[in-house]
Design a protein around this ligand. Structure first.
Ligand code: NAD
Ligand code: UGA
Length: 440
């Protein structure tokens, strides 16, 4: 099939390479010319394990091309995917202006009837708004708008896309159902996991899924705080409840809060959607509030250990991305910690295998002034540090040499924001240890 994907970010690029891999002819469009220039050379603008190999093989196989011009790329497409950003507006609403701008442009450039697929996460009713734009302005052409939300997670995105748990197709239109089924069939050949529903239900399903996952995490973080009150190790409780299949082991890891480009913004968007309907979602309000507390926990814990005034203190940070396997720092817990430390005049020495450059760009002034140093090895940032904070649990931090670390650091204090270490082992190495919901 002739496919056009608009937006070459995490979702658009993964969508494009995976459809190309299945033998479709895909053109990927982005308004960012630098992204397109890099992509044409087979260089991915995002870090996602395995993506460059697929990118390069599909470019070489002539199944995948790139363009910065929608006018040039869209006319021949049978299916157009919209995978642009839907960031939070200042009031928390999902800003759908990028989607609507693309719809407007499509209405001018599509030269034959197409299926236009909304892949971005957007409030209920957005696909209908896109349909209305296309209906109004296309010269007699009947385009069909489908909602097909994406459920991939960064760091494992190719696997999620190639072997999806389910594919949600929101449309009542028979022709669109047939074409979308044909397109996705190679991904679910052995198990039919394609679900058809209304456009509005598809849009709502995406938000409900993210809200449920975020709720599991915030619930567990609240349990961790509760465990602290009773000197109980939340890790034991996690294993105990996770064994119940109705609860499950996934997404019940207590930590320093959820980040990323989606959970925080999607929860905010849902709260805003509720407000516009004159209703409230008290559970989601609590999920958001707990997450905020959780992100502040590392800094509060440092102050409890080292004193309120952290001027002259050096804090080492391991891990800056919002989770391992990605360079994405959007709404990352590391940023709440960095900003609090910078505001109090502490010095930071941080390491991340992939996301350090993004953090350096974000805090260029602190880097220039020497308040934030980004090291190129994880032990190097421990020199003369008064504390080490583990924020992102990259695998390479899993089994460190605590004895060596003890000799490098000025003070032996370890804050484990992801409950990665055995408290007794760390304490035997001479460290004071604090985990999330773990008694000292
Ligand atoms: P992103 O910011 O990484 O990428 C969006 C891309 O769209 C950018 O490259 C931008 O330059 C491009 N763009 C914006 N306006 C454009 C226009 N008019 N024409 C062409 N290109 C344009 O975003 P993302 O993380 O890929 O997320 C996209 C959507 O998918 C969001 O709604 C998000 O909530 C949703 N989503 C994201 C993930 C994820 O893991 N990142 C997972 C599921 C769903
Ligand atoms: C999440 C969802 O998992 C995807 O299904 C969804 O498609 C995506 O959002 C989206 O809509 O964009 P992602 O944000 O890439 O994917 O990452 P997750 O693995 O879900 O992690 C999100 C955050 O939760 C991370 O900060 C992670 O550290 C935290 N987390 C996760 C916990 O604190 N505890 C857990 O048990 C699991």
């Amino acid at each position: 099939m002739q496919i056009c994907v608009i937006g070459c970010g995490y979702v658009g690029l993964v969508t494009a390479v995976c459809f190309a891999e299945m033998g479709n002819s895909v053109t990927c469009v982005d308004s960012n010319g630098e992204r397109i220039a890099a992509l044409e050379k087979g260089i991915s603008p995002i870090f996602e394990p395995g993506i460059e190999a697929l990118l390069q093989s599909n470019i070489a196989g002539r199944r995948l091309t790139f363009s910065s011009s929608l006018a040039a790329a869209a006319p021949d497409a049978e299916i157009v995917f919209i995978a642009v950003g839907t960031p939070s507006a200042s009031d928390g609403a999902a800003d759908v202006s990028q989607i609507l701008a693309v719809a407007q442009a499509l209405s001018e450039h599509l030269s034959k009837p197409a299926i236009v697929v909304c892949k971005s996460t957007a409030p209920v009713g957005t696909a209908c708004r896109v349909q209305a734009i296309l209906d109004q302005t296309s010269a007699g052409l009947q385009h069909r708008v489908v909602s097909n939300p994406e459920f991939l997670k960064e760091g494992d995105a190719l696997n999620d896309f190639m072997r999806p748990d389910r594919i949600i197709i929101g449309t009542d239109d028979r022709h669109s159902q047939r074409v979308m089924h044909q397109l996705y069939e190679p991904f679910v050949r052995n198990h039919d996991r394609i679900m058809f529903m209304s456009r509005r239900a598809a849009e709502m399903t995406k938000y409900a899924a993210n809200a449920f996952l975020a709720t599991k995490i915030s619930f567990m973080n609240e349990m961790a705080a509760f465990c602290d009150e009773f000197a109980v190790d939340v890790e034991q409780v996690r294993k105990g409840i996770g064994a119940d299949q109705r609860i499950g082991h996934h997404f019940i890891y207590a930590g320093c809060g959820y980040g990323g480009s989606c959970f925080p913004k999607d929860i905010r968007a849902m709260l805003h959607m509720a407000e516009t309907q004159g209703t409230r979602m008290p559970i989601l309000e609590a999920v958001e509030a707990r997450n905020q507390l959780q992100k502040e926990w590392l800094f509060r814990c440092l102050q409890r250990s080292l004193g309120q005034d952290l001027r002259g203190v050096t804090v080492a940070i391991w891990g800056l991305a919002f989770k391992p396997g990605t360079d994405d720092i959007r709404d990352a817990p590391s940023r709440v910690l960095i900003e609090s430390l910078l505001a109090t005049g502490a010095r930071i020495q941080a390491f991340d295998p992939i996301a350090a450059d993004n953090i350096a760009r974000c805090y260029a002034r602190a880097v220039a002034e020497g308040q934030l140093a980004l090291g190129d090895a994880h032990y190097a940032v421990l020199n003369n540090a008064d504390a080490l904070v583990l924020v992102t649990e990259w695998k390479q931090f899993r089994q460190p040499d605590f004895a060596l670390m003890r000799t490098l650091m000025r003070r032996p204090l370890l804050l484990d924001g992801r409950n990665q270490y055995d408290p007794q082992q760390v304490e035997r190495a001479g460290f004071a240890y604090h985990g999330v919901g773990r008694p000292a």
